[in-house]
Each structure stands twice: as C-alpha cells, then as structure tokens.
Design a protein around this ligand. Structure first.
Ligand code: 26V
Length: 824
C-alpha cells in the first residue's frame, strides 16, 4: 500500500518557514546573511517542493493507468525563467508574495535574479517550451526530451556596434529546477561496424559489433500544468564517458589518452549550435542528434517494457514520438534498430510499428536549412543505422517504381540517398517516409510544403500531410508577462481565458467602450514606461513613452528583413533632414536579435542598425522624434519585457519564407498592431482580426516566387523609379551610417544592388512605407488605435498553444488526457 498523497496549500507563514528551512539547510545561511542569489535558491526550492508532490502523484497515476504517452524530441528548448511560471501554475504567487513580505523581502526583486536557460536558438525551441506548458495544463501524458548543453545560446554584447559573443554559463550558479536521475542512466553505442553473423536456425543476420559505449545521464526538469495536478517531465541528457574501468586503454597504462577519450565523449553535450540555418555538416552536431535519439528511444522502450513486457504490437497504442524538425530524424532508424536487433522482430512488423509511432513537424521552407548528412560522416559513427536507412530506402524506391515507372527524376528527388556528388542522406525524406503524419506550422506553410518543397511525397501520400498552426501559451505570454493587462481583462470577462483563450472573444464588445479603451491605453503607457527604464539601463538611450514603440524582435535573418525596417528608419531620417519642421510621428524603434556567429550578412545588419542609432538618436534636427535601440542579448526574459510595451509589431518577412512566426501572436495578444506581409501565420492573424486592424503590405508568396524564378525582379529599375528609395540606397552605398566601417557595410548595398536582392527589400519598400504611414495616421487617433488593439487581443484565442496541442493530440497522436487525482 502506497502512502496517501494530499496536496495542501501552505499559508504565507508556512511558506516562509519552508523558505527559511531551505536557506538554512541548503545554503547554510540565516536570513540576515543571505544575498539575492540565496533568496532565489531558497525560493526555488520552496516552490519545487509543491511541484515534486504533484510529480509523484502524476507518476503514480500513470503507473496505474499506463496511458498512451507522447514523447516530444527536440534539440532545443527555450524555457525562459521558470520561477514565476511555476508559482503561477501551482497557485502560490500570492502566498509567496506575502511570505517574502513577512521576511522583509520583495518577490519581484528575487524573480529578477533568475538566469534564463537558453537551450535553443529561436522559434522552434520556444515552441517546444510552449507545447510542454500546454501538454501539462491539458493533462496529456507527455515527456519532453532534449540535451543538457553546458553552454546554451551565447550571450550577446556589442562592441563599436558589432555583435560579440560570450559563453553562456547558465549552470554556474547551480540550477535547482533539475533533478539528476543517475538511476535511469542509459547506454549508447557508437562506432564499430556491421558483420553478418549466423543466428539460430543458421540464418545470417546483420550484427553491429565493435561499438564503444557512452552514457546518457537524465536530468529532469518538472513542468507544472496550470491549475491541474499534472506535472510532466522535460528530460535532458548529459553525455558521460564509460567509467574508467571499462577502458582497455586505461589498463594499458595510457592515462592521457584515456582522459582525452573521456573528454571527447563528454563534449557531445557541451554546447548548443548557435545557427538556425546553414546546416553545419559537423560530426559533433550529428553526434548530438544521434545521442538525443539513442538515449530517448532507450528510455521510452525501457518504460514500455516495464509496463507491457514484450508485447511490442501494443507500441502504437502506448507510444508516440514527435520529431521537432529533422534534427531527431534518426529516431526512425533507431526504433527500427531496436525492434529488429533487440526485440528480434522481422522487418515488416518493425516498419509498421515505427511508422505508426513516429511523426514529423517541418519548421522551415528554406532549402539551405534542410538537413543532409554525408554518408562518410555517418558510417563510422552509426554503421548499423546507415545500413537500416539504405534498406528503408531500397524498399521505398521499389514501391515508388511500381507507381511511377518511367519517371527517374521523381525517383531521384524522392530518394533518401542523394547521389550526385558526395553521397548524402536527406533527413527530411527519411522523416517523411518513416512517419504516419507530417505537419506544417501554418496554413500557407503547409500548402507550400505540399506544392513546392516535398510535392512528390504529398502527391504520393496526400493524407500524410496536415496543417497545424503554431500557438503560444497564454500563461507566460499574457498572464505572467503582462499582469496589468491580464487583470484588466479579468475585470471584464473573468479569468477563464487563461485555459480557454477563445474566451477573449468576449472582449470584442469592449472595443468601442471608451472606458476600456482608456484603460488599455493607460496600461500600454505604463508598460512603455517600464520598458523605457530598461532601455535606458541597457543602452543608455531615452525613450518617450508617448512615442510609437515600433518593435522587431526575432533571430537576425535576411529573410526576416530587419534591413527593410532599417531602410524605413533611414527614409524617415532623410525626410526630417530635408525639412526639420516636418510633422513626423515620434517613434522609438526596438530591435532584439542574435546573429549566428558565422552569418556574415546578419552581423553587418546589426552593425548597420547600431550605426543608424548613433547618427539618429542625438541629431538635434531629429529632436528626439526618432530613437533607435538595439537591445543586447535578446532572449525570452527580454521578450517578456518588450512585448507588453509594443505598439507596432514588425512581421515583415519575404512572403513564402517565414514558416509561421510565433512572436507575431505574442505581440498581438498584448495589444500590438501588426505590420506584416502575407506570410506564415500573419495570414491567419489577418483573417482573425480583420483587414482594418492590421497593416498588410508587399508581394504575395506567389508573386515573390514568380519574380525570383523569372528574373523579373530588377533592383536598378526600382532604384530609378523611386527617388526616396534611391536616396536610402545611396546612403547605404556611401556608408552614411557606418562610420569607419563603411567599406565593410557596403556588402549590404551589394547584396541589394549587385546580387539581385534575394529577399525583395526593394520590391516591397514602397508598399511598406505606405503601410507605415497608415500605421502612423491611426496611432494619432488614440481611441481608434485602442479599439484596433482591443480587437487584436480579442481575436487571438485561436493562437493558443492549447489549441495547437489539442490538434496534435487528435490529428496525429490519438492521445487522451488523464487527470491526476489525490491518492487516499
Ligand atoms: C536548423 C539548424 C541547422 C543546423 C544547425 C542548428 C540548427 C538549428 C535549428 C534549425 C532550424 C530552425 C528552424 C526554426 O526555428 N524555424 C522556426 O520555427 C518556428 C516554430 O515553428 C516558426 O514559427 C518560424 O517561422 C520558423 O522560422
């Protein structure tokens, strides 16, 4: 008989007892000696207690019910700070606030001490984090799986306007949210080769021999659902070398070599790759991808076996693997290997099971971001997997040949093996062939996948492709980050929206309510004041809260077109210089973006924007009407400060290039109006808010495609046809905003004028400027702007990650919620 588990709500007094207990017995301190970092640690441990109780309850329930469980595999999780969200989820915020007060401490000050675990690059990693929140909140049995990088996303600084990268040592001060589970360590095989060895009955079977062992140590981060007992686990793997005694080499007395080998194995989880585009083709990156997959499949299969023994035919009823992009695509090969080599099944049932449990989400259309791996890199590391993939491909090609004999081109395109030049494996093809569902992340994105990127596959298996538009968690992206707006909404429609975001529709009637308009404007102003203080602190630039806050926050990429935004600022500046008395709407431009350290053009664009700021911010002719701030080290924590204060949300990617975007949703949810192209989820946002409440401009995806493929895009013609555009381009050519770096920054001009302007900044320039003028005009009409902002908030219900996850559960995983009750 297991002991009863009841969850009791601590009083503020009890909670401060808990806090003091942890301060004393974990930090060895009395309150009077504790510093900010100690307050943080003690508070985290106090909250963790409540989460662990729930986690134990959750595990018990699942051991009993043995439900189907989804396993989300992602190389990246951009969690952001956890303390406030965990306090909110467990219902302890008010208790904690009071408890801190009782001890003369301030909760907000402590919250602001927490570092931000940045284990991801951008949208894909943040989406994974929103999904974990929704899975737990909706009571879906789920595990997140990822890697525990010692160094996460680099910290960004600026020197003379250039990006500089610093190591992110997020584990340095300890990370109380994780629990190392050495008892659940898993072995991972690497290297060796495949032999054909006779097995029982004399049949020769391929056997992987000569491999070496590494180990994966799980570190669990608890993810508490909001207002439910469910706590799910994000399990991050840390690579560890085999113990010294396993080393032959060691016993041969070659000590230094043994240590080097350990170092090599353990470096697998050392650092997050800070590029989200050009596939690195690096051995270490492949090793990371394999390591995640091998550890995870082993862990899931072990759990399955504990619950269901060798009843492998039950796998599709009990297990789902969701591949977050192709990075974990080796799951297909690893599950096959497990079923064939370890469970001893034959090919056909193994393949049926594999396909029934795997599914794949595509997050990018850019051809340069589609992963392929040289066979020559893969073979020495995972020879058995390469062999299995060849066999998958052989059978697949045979089946395609039956259907489309006489179309060798199609066969070549669909093959997992790319044979022109160096032999490579195409991970997207592997993921599609090995999955029962493939999803895009917005309607347009899925359509473009179907008709362009993987058309042959969609023709062959139309039902395999589904569209599931991304979403964001309302807990972090409204309730926690914008308490002023959240309470104002609660006062009008109650707080049901927190778990049912569609309820925001009930705000619609308040769009024309003067009182609510004024309240929303006042809240925005207060948030803008807070951000101004932050900008002052970070950049030493002063923002006027009555100016329009024009915000672009996202990774730095040419397709996202921070450059187009910069060109608009240059245009405004030129207009003011030409006539300083001109009536221009005061604007404060906020940029937040990291460039991949190896992405030359992205770094030039950062330098350009910083250069524009330098020229514009202090120009007496401008008289404070334009302010440009590039906030250093953009990350989740900074997003939480910028988003509530934004008036205008820049979503200006070249149409057909942004898969979805999720910042667009967060900003609109916080009452910013979008200026954007018909790209990604912008299209669905426009449909939801109505054309009058968004500023749409630019070419459509079809028009971009047409111009790019026919060569109809003529930068010089556009230059000659638009005097203002020509002025902006001349400034770029002449390095007006580049100081001593003019020669280097001229590459930006060259990309536009000499290399064809691949991202169509020139083509969209005029229509962008006009959209900006519409935005400025509306901003001057405060009640009209407020009404549009309210309509945006009211229309964001669809963009909840709860809706997205419900769709995954129903359309892909066939997964049911399981509620976690207290135990008697
Ligand atoms: C690719 C690579 C290539 C090798 C090096 C490391 C690395 C890391 C990430 C990636 C792919 C990044 C793809 C991505 O983040 N896509 C974004 O996904 C968001 C969520 O679906 C979506 O909203 C964005 O539009 C999309 O750009």
């Amino acid at each position: 008989m297991l002991p009863a588990v009841h969850l009791t709500e601590p009083s503020p007094e009890q909670f401060s007892e808990r806090f003091l207990h942890h301060l004393r017995y974990n930090c060895g301190l009395e309150l009077r000696h504790a510093r900010a970092a100690d307050h943080l640690a003690a508070l985290e441990l106090a909250v963790r207690e409540s989460m662990i109780d729930r986690e134990i309850l959750t595990r018990r329930t699942y051991d009993e019910v043995r439900p189907k469980t989804v396993n989300y595999l992602s190389m990246e999780y951009l969690l952001g700070r956890l303390l406030l969200n965990n306090l909110i989820a467990t219902g302890l915020v008010d208790t904690a606030r009071e408890a801190m007060q009782l001890m003369g401490l301030n909760l907000d000050t402590i919250l602001d001490e927490e570092p931000d675990p940045g284990l991801g690059n951008g949208g894909l990693g943040r989406l994974a984090a929103c999904f974990l929140d929704s899975l737990a909140t909706l009571d879906y049995p789920a595990y997140g799986y990822g890697l525990r990088y010692d160094y996460g996303m680099f910290r960004q600084g600026f020197e003379k306007g250039w990006q500089v990268e610093h190591a992110d040592t997020w584990l340095e001060g300890g990370f109380p949210w994780e629990i190392a589970r050495h008892d659940l360590t898993v072995p991972v095989m690497v290297g060796g080769h495949v032999d054909w060895i006779p097995k029982k009955g004399g049949k020769h079977r391929p056997t992987w021999v000569g491999w070496r062992l590494a180990y994966g140590i799980p570190h669990d981060i608890l993810v508490a659902g909001y207002g439910t007992n469910t706590v799910s686990i994000l399990r991050l793997w840390d690579a560890q070398a085999a113990s010294e005694f396993d080393f032959q080499i060691f016993s041969q007395g070659n000590f230094v070599k043994a240590v080097e080998e350990r170092e090599r194995v353990e470096s697998v989880t050392r650092v997050l790759y800070p590029a989200d585009d050009v596939e690195a083709g690096r051995r270490l990156r492949l090793m990371q991808e394999y390591f995640l997959v091998a550890c995870t499949v082993r862990d899931v299969m072990d759990r399955f076996q504990r619950r269901h023994g060798e009843a492998w035919e039950l796998l599709p009823d009990k297990v789902a693997f969701q591949l977050n992009d192709t990075h974990p695509a080796l799951t297909v090969a690893e599950v096959m290997r497990y079923l064939l080599d370890e469970a001893g099944l034959n090919w056909t049932p193994s393949w049926e099971i594999t396909r029934a449990i795997c599914s794949y989400t595509n997050h990018t259309l850019l051809p340069e971001a589609l992963e392929t791996w040289p066979v020559s890199v893969m073979e020495p590391l995972i020879p058995r997997h390469v062999q299995i993939i060849y066999e998958i491909n052989r059978r697949f090609m045979d089946s395609v040949k039956e259907r489309c004999a006489g179309d060798p081109d199609r066969l070549r395109r669909m093959s997992i093996l790319q044979e022109d030049g160096e032999k490579r494996l195409r991970m997207a093809n592997l993921a599609i062939v090995g999955s029962h569902r493939v999803n895009g992340v917005a309607k347009l994105h899925t359509e473009l996948l179907r008709t362009r990127v993987v058309k042959d596959f969609a023709d062959l298996w139309p039902d395999r492709f589904v569209a599931i538009t991304n979403g964001v968690t309302p807990r972090r992206w409204l309730l926690a980050c914008n308490p002023r707006l959240a309470s104002a909404i609660n006062r009008r429609i109650g707080d049901g929206w927190v778990t049912d975001l569609g309820r925001l529709r009930e705000l619609e009637p308040f769009a024309d309510d003067t009182e609510f308009q004024e309240e929303v404007l006042a809240i925005k102003r207060a948030n803008k004041k807070d951000l101004a203080a932050e900008v002052q602190r970070l950049c030493d630039i002063s923002f006027d809260p009555s100016s329009l806050y024009d915000v672009q926050i996202k990774r730095l990429h040419e397709y996202k077109r921070q450059l187009l935004n910069a060109m608009h600022i240059i245009l405004l500046y030129r207009r003011i210089k030409a006539d300083p008395s001109l009536d221009v709407l005061p604007r404060s431009f906020v940029f937040g973006a990291k460039a991949a350290p190896s992405y030359h053009m992205a770094k030039l664009i950062i330098r350009l924007v910083n250069g524009i700021g330098e020229v514009v911010n202090d120009d007496p002719d401008v008289a404070g009407r334009l302010r440009v701030a590039f906030l250093p080290d953009y990350r989740v924590t900074l997003a939480e400060k910028v988003i509530p204060a934004a008036d205008l949300s820049e979503q200006i990617s070249t149409a057909g290039m942004e898969a979805s975007g999720t910042g667009n949703m967060k900003l609109a949810l916080n009452g910013a109006l979008t200026i954007g192209t018909l790209d990604g989820a912008n299209i669905e946002i426009k449909d939801a808010v109505g054309e009058d409440n968004i500023f749409i401009f630019g070419l459509t995806a079809a028009e971009v495609e047409e111009r790019l493929t026919t060569g109809a895009h003529r930068p010089w013609k556009l230059y000659r046809g638009d005097e203002e555009l020509a002025g902006v381009l001349d400034d770029l050519r002449d390095g007006v905003f580049a100081g001593d770096d003019a020669p280097q920054l001229r590459d930006i001009w060259s990309a536009l004028m000499e290399h064809g302007d691949r991202y169509m900044c020139l083509a969209d320039f005029r229509s962008y400027v006009e959209a900006q003028e519409h935005a400025a005009a509306l901003y001057r009409d405060r009640p009209a702007w407020a009404a549009a902002a309210i309509r945006n908030i009211a229309a964001m219900g669809y963009f909840s990650s709860d809706r997205a996850i419900t769709q995954y559960a129903n359309e892909i995983w066939n997964l049911e919620p399981v509620s976690v009750e207290e135990h008697d």
